[in-house]
Design a protein around this ligand. Sequence first.
Ligand SMILES: Cc1cc2nc3c(=O)[nH]c(=O)nc-3n(C[C@H](O)[C@H](O)[C@H](O)COP(=O)(O)O)c2cc1C
Length: 312
Amino acid sequence: MNFRNTRITQLLKIKYPILEGGMAWAGTSILAAAVSNAGGLGTIGSGSMDRQLLTQEIKKIKTMTDKPFAVNIMLLNPYAQELVETVIEEKVPCVVFGAGNPAKFLPLLKENNVISMAVVSSENLAVRLERAGIDAIIGEGMESGGHIGDVTTMVLIPKLMDCLSVPLVAAGGIADGRAMAACFALGAQGVQMGTRFLASKECQVHEEYKNKIIKAGIRDTVITGEKLGHSARVIRTKFAKRVCELELDCPDQAEEMLVGSLKRAVVNGDVEEGAFMAGQCIGLIEQVESVKDIIEKTVFHAEKIFCGGQEV
Ligand SMILES: Cc1cc2nc3c(=O)[nH]c(=O)nc-3n(C[C@H](O)[C@H](O)[C@H](O)COP(=O)(O)O)c2cc1C
């Protein structure tokens, strides 16, 4: 097993097969540049951005790295079409779609030599996207932070391996080299991490967000929005528990509480009304480290597990 020469490192022209998961509000150009400079694939999380904001972030990252990077586009964003056009205009090497089926955008991206990937939690969608010409699939298990499906990484990745020919990246619950090695054993050729990068020195989320991750245990997340049709894993707080309680009887009130709640957590560290999206692997993260240390420790440890490589 060679972790530095996989179908994902070849496709994306990166040193290590580690992708930064797109993260609305938290995935800034500064964090993305740090990931790309450390040999992974940094990702600008465009969340609810419009064309102008995304253009600014892309121009900014180009001043910080000359390595490949990606833009994550949420298909729920009403500006998704414009953001795809922006990615093409700005010659961004790669786009990663979240929350839906991006098939209609794939021919245009291919014509313009932009690599396309999509985050999926369902094997049916993955197969449809492979047929539509996607370059790689990111299978995301329900351990992950943010919006989630209903199957674990441990089960989803082998299932996707059985269905797909395009390269596969595993996401959800990966915070160290042990999990990376496990995902490669399941057949993935790359891994995507979100929560682990929140607790990095370069991540600009509020200190309170990072503190919560460091202090939390593996059972300290809850799923909000399950009864509203948009499940999201967040750190257990009074606010998150209240949202869960209201979902059945007062769904409109629960929806209203969730609007803007990730921004409030990221920007203000607002424990009263913020939703601190994070995955179950918070319980495995013990300190804030530099992006370079996170990436190198993860790869070196995974290599050691597989082939007795360098000790960290
Ligand atoms: C704070 C936060 C925000 C996220 N926002 C997005 C997003 O905007 N688009 C997306 O495709 N995935 C989003 N995700 C999911 C991540 O890209 C990634 O797939 C996930 O975090 C991987 O699981 P992990 O958290 O266990 O590492 C988000 C995750 C977190 C923790």
